[in-house]
Design a protein around this ligand. Sequence first.
Ligand code: ADP
Length: 602
Amino acid sequence: MLSAPLPDNEEERLEALYGLNILDTIEEQAYDDLTFLSAQICGAPIALISLIDRNRQCIKSHHGFDITVMSRELGLCPYAILDDELTIIEDASKDERFHDNPLVTGEPHIKFYAGAPLIFSAGVRIGALCIIDTVARTISPDQQKALEALARQVVSQLEQRQAVHDLNISNKHRSDVLTKLKNSEARERARSRTLEKLAKGCLLSEVLESIVYSVEDELEESPCSILLLDDEKKHLLLGAAPNLPTFYNDAIHNMETGPMSGSCGTAAHTGQRVIVEDIQNDPYWEPFKALASKAGLAACWSEPIHSSEGELLGTFAIYHTTPQAPDDAGISVIEHASKLAAIAIQRKREEQVLRTAKHLAENASKAKSQFLSSMSHELRTPLNAIIGFGQLLKIKGSNISSEEAQGYIKEIMSAGYHLLDLINEVLDLSRIEAGHLNLQIESIPLNPVLTECLAQINAGLADQLDITLANHIDDPNLAIMADSQRIRQVLTNLLSNAVKYNNKGGSVAIKTELVGEDRLRIVITDTGIGIATADIDRLFDPFERLSSSYGNIQGTGIGLTVTKTLVEAMSGNIGVNSIVDQGSSFWVELPSAKTENQVVVG
Ligand code: ADP
């Protein structure tokens, strides 16, 4: 048996064959008709369309012999593709090339063979249309021409098939391009709409809702949601999900993020995209399966929303009513929507920061002006006293009794000390504001410090107003961690306020409470004028004097600001409970001292 040599242009030929995408395709009526006609016209029992692959022959159509593939070595058709002419073998059993070929010696017992090459283009022959008989014979010239004509029909079928295939591909390409174009237009529109809403100052919820609507328009029947991470970065809050059922949104609002918290909770926990193709069979959704099923949701793809600095802001999710995975287009939709949501959230946050900063700046400037006017008033009063009594001394000269002169000098000295206090407080505040606060935190026994402060207050205003000061701390071992000078300043200020804003004959009481294991609360309670609940928030703001600025009680409104800053610098807290006309309880909470260790804070 001799195998046919390879054509000179074998690679070019194979390339043309592969380009037809015809190998290993199912049987088709058009080709079967042509093998049937070939057999009929030539009066042969068998007709085949054989496509010659590199090592095999694929039988695209067979009539009279049931075969779909055979080795290239065995076939007679590989001889038929060597030139453009018809190959005729009248008796294969007598031909030295085929006499021992298994197709000749066995099934289908080929004797006669006539093969017309399938000429695809000049010299490119991809296979043959052949007829086979089991007896030695020949065919007439007309039958030969008919076989060649039918071979041309096979080629034309193949070309048509190829053209349809190419057309389908180009149609598919066109429709892909059109879809992409449509999607990109839709996204551009969504982007402009979002920016327009931001520019118009719409609420964040409205802007997010418009992003959700635009994605839902693009995808059809896929409700979407935007969830926002709370300030603690632990829970997801509903941002916008207008087309998810209310009961579902209510259940999801404020959900905790975590490793098994549905698509969004898990995406917010890991900061990575989470694609859940089938909710009912996904461990991430274990706690929410019943909820999802009630809402008719079967798949959920969630994309984390990151700010331009990489901070996690929330999640954007697309839901589906049937299990499914996203293709590239689906991924691109969620990526785009999450970027758009990030722009909106960030822009709104920046607006909020600007608004707060503006508000603070306005308040600070208002407070500073108030401070200046209150300061000039406060400075003028003692200065007037100093100048007034000085002038009296001058005018009266030697006509003044020494008792009267001593009285004037006392007034001048008191006004001078008041001025000094005022200036010291302002300097203190400016030093703290500039960050120049050096604290030496150490264990301070509480009782001795309080006794000292009380003695100071008692000797002054308390005496004049007949106010009783009582220290109810009976444990002599109580100690706190604080700066020795600054804790005195804090307690003196609170005690002097408790006296200043008290009623004549009132009282001030001091006691302590343990807070947890390692903090001590010092509570100073007075029976004075009290503070309205609405005023308590601004109490510690600089230069706030509340209603007292309208009365005769002297002060600058700086004392409590300085006090709060000092307490916090010593790792403490300060607060107040008060009832108007009944009195106030100011408390300071500081770390209690357990050892004598000294800690230095600069
Ligand atoms: P100043 O006493 O110099 O005005 P502070 O900063 O010490 O400044 O106090 C701010 C304001 O808080 C006071 O002007 C007063 O209106 C109110 N306040 C402070 N302590 C008390 C208190 N014990 N009872 C009622 N009001 C108080």
